[in-house]
Design a protein around this ligand. Sequence first.
Ligand code: FE2
Ligand code: FE2
Length: 235
Amino acid sequence: MRIRTVKLTLDKHVKQDPRILKVYFEARRRYSEAGREHHNFTHVMRDLYRSLVIAREESSVDYGILIPAVLLHDIGFCTQKHIKVGHDVAGAELAMQILPPLGYASPTIQAISHCIRAHKGLAELPQSLEAKILYDADVLEKAGLVFLFFAGRITVEFKETVEHFLKRDIPHREKEISRGFYTQKAREMDGGRLAILRSMLQRIQKEIKEERIDYSVTEKDLWLEPPESHSTSIP
Ligand SMILES: [Fe+2]
Ligand SMILES: [Fe+2]
């Protein structure tokens, strides 16, 4: 699908439900203030594009639920609460505070909140069509070698080592591959790339662990005694 077609699709739904635009601006402001390296509004735009592409192949999609859910799906990273409960749960809670002043009422808020809670397939599994589309769109972010570049940004964002990232991330990819995609369009877009990416991550992990331990070297590996114990006065 060409990008212009998606742009028109989004315009059409905003005209039908102007509240979507309010969520859009609110989400954009919050992600911008958080200033995260990867989980930011640019990532959200990629997920929104993928969601709209997938949704076009499905019938009876409620765009009044899907679009706000995509816009807010990583909003949990904009609150410190995500450290304790996870960004999916924290985001769903935050969405329940953000949405009422923007004109949303309970059934829609619950439906959007479910999509956000289920977008990782951890706190709960996607039940509604909109939640399944968001889940697939977000997993597709990892289904390509480009994700290796994003992984670099994620290690910076989370202030973690490459080893820690791989230890944390590979099991997620395993789960996503065994669970599979919910929609036919997402399966088509993936085209086996998620499995290739998983293999690449495993290969990097093996390389660091067994073949190229030099990538794990830190300052302490180069000294018998801490450098501080050595005299700095030069005779
Ligand atoms: Fe997320
Ligand atoms: Fe995301």
